[in-house]
Design a protein around this ligand. Structure first.
Ligand code: C2E
Ligand code: MG
Ligand code: MG
Ligand code: MG
Length: 276
């Protein structure tokens, strides 16, 4: 009996592992035709100032598969990074985000910025700078309205290439943000060496600021460091009014979170702009 149970437990473990692997393989295949099939879309999470006025949006990728349903970017982006599809998909994201930004500007909202997440492979790939130059041209956009979000990990991976790319992007007026700031346990020395403009405090730091003094102190420390380096700070993951009020008190520059707005469609975003 016992032996059988042990065996059963063991094979359960294998079953989970196999299922996971099978799903990854299936997603990997399905991702091949994701652009042609029109399964990708973007949603936009508003970025607010301390008066809750909308400053812009972060474009977030969504994949709706006919069989697998909505697949989270946290699940499929790593697969795309591994198989190289992130280059095509990332370009689709940039093109679509620029098109939407242009449409908002054409409707009179010229002050808005659009933030786009750039994966490590995409940022270090050979075409990014030229692709962006071409897209700004295509949609007659100024680089000033575009923010690229990169991670600490990409900076750690190839500091020199990141520096070089940021230099070229800066010449186009583009803003650079470090996403998920503080979660990678990386050395902070890169902040002296790469020309970024914004630190996005990861939502894991924000989550406890209303209850945990240490969490708040960490945010304060990040803020004071950012201020002395002349960097702006965006707080992610504002989930209640207490988060918002606490962070306005310590003078965070920009705010994002479900409490202020969930990611919404381009149309809903446009309606939100008109109601503000
Ligand atoms: P991220 O760039 O840090 O984006 C923020 C994530 O937090 C989004 O999840 C957003 O929906 C979620 N979020 C926003 N406010 C709150 C809040 O108050 N509470 C909680 N619990 N979550 C909140 P999402 O859209 O699932 O994206 C997950 C990650 O996938 C992103 O993290 C980003 O790293 C990646 N990603 C999304 N879109 C793209 C893309 O177009 N390209 C690349 N390379 N990565 C993307
Ligand atoms: Mg982001
Ligand atoms: Mg983030
Ligand atoms: Mg994240």
């Amino acid at each position: 009996q016992t032996k059988q149970n042990d065996k059963g437990g063991y094979s359960f473990y294998n079953l989970d592992y196999d299922k996971n692997l099978q799903r990854q393989l299936a997603l990997n295949t399905a991702l091949n035709s994701v652009i042609e099939n029109g399964e990708l879309s973007l949603v936009f999470q508003p970025v607010f100032d301390n008066q809750k006025a909308i400053l812009g949006a972060e474009a977030l990728l969504r994949w709706q598969h006919p069989e697998y349903g909505m697949v989270s970017p946290d699940e499929f982006i790593p697969i795309c990074e591994d198989n190289g599809q992130i280059l095509d998909i990332g370009l689709w994201v940039l093109d679509t985000a620029c098109e939407v930004l242009k449409s908002w500007q054409d409707l009179g909202f010229t002050h808005l910025s659009m933030s786009v997440n750039i994966s490590n492979k995409q940022f270090l790939g050979t075409n990014l700078v030229e692709d962006i130059r071409r897209l700004l041209n295509k949609y007659a956009l100024s680089g000033e309205s575009l923010v690229l979000e990169i991670t600490e990990r990409v900076i750690a991976e190839d500091l020199n290439l990141v520096r070089k790319n940021l230099e070229l992007l800066k010449e186009m007026g583009i803003t650079a943000a470090v996403d998920d700031f503080g979660v990678a346990y990386s050395s902070l020395s890169y902040l002296q060496q790469v020309d970024v403009d914004i630190l996005k405090i990861d939502r894991s730091f924000v989550a406890n600021i209303d209850s945990d003094e240490d969490a708040l102190n960490l945010c304060k420390a990040i803020l004071s460091m950012a201020k002395s380096l002349k960097l702006e700070v965006t707080a992610e993951g504002i989930e209640n009014e207490a988060h918002f009020l606490t962070l306005t008190e310590v003078e965070v520059d920009k705010y994002q979170g479900f409490h202020l707005s969930k990611p919404i469609s381009a149309q809903a975003f446009y309606r939100l702009l008109n109601n503000n």
